[in-house]
Design a protein around this ligand. Structure first.
Ligand SMILES: Cc1cc2nc3c(=O)[nH]c(=O)nc-3n(C[C@H](O)[C@H](O)[C@H](O)COP(=O)(O)OP(=O)(O)OC[C@H]3O[C@@H](n4cnc5c(N)ncnc54)[C@H](O)[C@@H]3O)c2cc1C
Ligand SMILES: NC(=O)c1ccc[n+]([C@@H]2O[C@H](COP(=O)([O-])OP(=O)(O)OC[C@H]3O[C@@H](n4cnc5c(N)ncnc54)[C@H](O)[C@@H]3O)[C@@H](O)[C@H]2O)c1
Length: 470
């Protein structure tokens, strides 16, 4: 094995793989050091398995909402078949296909745990405890992902908790499940397990899905409640203990208790930057900042992409950052790019601030992109919100009782869209149109010419422009 590569990526999740791929496509040599499965969290423990657990319930529910197909659907979810579908979606936790892809595109995969020991130099320990040094000629890219935040609840350390990988890879559906945290992971997994037969109770420190507009999160809360999920808002556990029968009992404010067979902690994630040797370079892991090209501030050779680099923790955004960073490293290796990076150029993560798409894959879904109304006012933008129910012919065709809500945010001076949020069944597929309108800064007068097909849910775009006054 060579000990020198142009680019060395630490962490082979979605972000790391894409950074290495772009470097190789640009003519550089690249290696990925990975301590677990190549493909990372998304492939084995996060997006793929969680969506595979959710999709069968969504499909069944959709069939029940259309007269004609409703009558044909008489059974319940087949739990073993759902779990088998999830196993398949997670490649049975086998990364050989991924390793084959990497080697095929010219990326060297090195199994082990890496830490920085000098500028462009890494110390790697493999699974057998062997050590070796790797040197990067141009750049080291950190793509080490994120770790769950475990809240400081007295007694919690004595209790066996599930974090999200335990929930997404389980082979058993618990009779009852308590969930600490009512963000995206908590909401999706609460619904998945409720539909698989668990009695689910969610504890939200603040509001359920607090990052989204109230009308959107109310629709999702209604959907979860219809599946039997109990949502307790403004509630954080005060104490946790193991019961004699191996279950978990939580003490809640007001001396209430909650007993559940399993306890899932989905209370947020933090960048996984410990143990990488960053303090020796004057960087406290929790203070790591990157510039628009993904370069760690203060170091010309160190970059970070994906969950570990701050910002939205989403696969597609990490991959976007990785494409930008990989190309920036290539450009700098050819002296085609200096320190300054133009916004919206191919070396700038401009969409990280202005156009991050985010889908909550519950049923109904939430799909949002761009600034929120609060962000816009804070940024000094004169924003107008147009909010309306998704009440178009396409919605009635989609489901008898279709209920949806949309919000469009317009920069009143530029007369362009700067944010959008949709809530309702299958709204995820409406999102990319909004992302394109925002990234392309398409004037509303031009959007007026983008005719949505009849009868599709996309007709909500026409209703928006009419409501806006065009
Ligand atoms: C339950 C759940 C569901 C989700 N669903 C979605 C979704 O539907 N859509 C979406 O966009 N996002 C989703 N996300 C978020 C998404 O999973 C993450 O944003 C994404 O996986 C991050 O990719 P990454 O490459 O940055 O990190 P990771 O995929 O975590 O990869 C980091 C890799 O680095 C390795 N590593 C760490 N330290 C070292 C070291 N020192 N040496 C060598 N290797 C190291 C790790 O083993 C790991 O493989 C979900 C998250 C969760 C928790
Ligand atoms: N569909 C998707 O794209 C998807 C799905 C799942 C996760 N993710 C990503 O993974 C990351 C982690 O998801 P997450 O849901 O864990 O984080 P999150 O930050 O979205 O939500 C965490 C929630 O836990 C609550 N919380 C924290 N401590 C608590 C306590 N002691 N008691 C009660 N509630 C408490 C917080 O108030 C917050 O609402 C997110 O950044 C998200 O972007 C994405």
């Amino acid at each position: 094995m060579d000990s020198e590569y142009d680019v060395i990526v630490v962490g082979g999740g979605a972000a790391g793989e894409n950074a290495a791929d772009r470097a190789v496509k640009g003519g550089l040599t690249a290696a990925i050091v990975e301590k677990s499965l190549l493909g990372g969290a998304c492939s084995y423990w996060a997006c793929e398995p969680s969506k595979a657990l959710l999709r069968p319930g969504t499909a069944l529910h959709a069939a029940r909402r259309v007269p004609g197909s409703r009558e044909a659907v008489t059974g319940q979810l087949d739990v073993p078949a759902v779990l088998a579908h999830r196993d398949e979606a997670s490649s049975h936790w086998d990364d050989s296909g991924q390793a084959q892809w990497a080697e095929g595109v010219g990326i060297k995969v090195i199994r082990g745990t890496a830490r920085l020991t000098g500028a462009r130099r890494l110390w790697v320990t493999d699974d057998d405890g062997n050590h070796f040094t790797l040197t990067a000629r141009h750049a080291v890219v950190l793509a080490t992902g994120s770790l769950p935040v475990i809240p400081k609840v007295p007694g919690l350390h004595n209790v066996r908790v599930w974090t999200t990988p335990d929930a997404t890879s389980t082979q058993e559906v618990p009779e009852s499940l308590a969930v600490i945290g009512a963000g995206v992971a908590g909401a999706e997994l609460a619904q998945a397990f409720a539909r698989l037969g668990s009695k689910v109770t969610m504890l939200a420190r603040g509001s359920f899905l607090s990052a989204f507009p109230e009308d959107a999160r109310n629709l999702v809360a209604e959907g979860l409640r219809a599946d039997g999920v109990e949502i307790l808002e403004g509630v954080s556990p005060e104490f946790a203990e193991r019961t004699d029968d191996g279950a978990v009992r939580l003490t809640l404010p007001g001396d209430r208790t909650l007993k559940a067979e399993r306890l899932l902690v989905a209370a947020g994630r933090r960048p996984a930057l410990d143990g990488l040797g960053l303090p020796a370079f004057g960087i406290e892991p929790h203070l790591l900042r990157v510039d628009e090209s993904g370069r760690v501030q203060g170091l010309s050779w160190l970059y970070a992409v994906g969950d570990c680099s701050g910002g939205a923790k989403l696969t597609h955004q990490g991959k976007y950052q990785a494409r930008i960073t990989g190309d920036a490293i290539v450009a700098r290796s050819r002296d085609e790019l200096d320190a300054d990076v133009e916004p919206w150029s191919r070396w700038a993560r401009t969409a990280d601030v202005l156009a991050v798409p985010h889908v909550v894959f519950t049923d109904p879904e939430i799909a949002s992109v761009g600034l929120t109304e609060e962000d816009a006012w804070e940024a000094g933008i004169r924003v107008r919100a147009v909010e309306l129910p998704i009440s178009v012919a396409g919605a009635w065709q989609h489901a008898e009782d279709y209920e949806g809500w949309a919000q469009f945010l317009v920069d009143e001076d530029a007369r362009t869209l700067i944010g959008a949020c949709f809530a309702g069944p299958d709204v995820a597929e409406l999102l990319h149109a909004a992302t394109i309108a925002i990234v392309g800064e398409v004037p509303l007068e031009r959007l007026w010419h983008a005719t949505p097909s009849f009868p599709t849910v996309s007709e909500i775009w026409l209703r928006f422009l009419e409501a806006y006054g065009l």
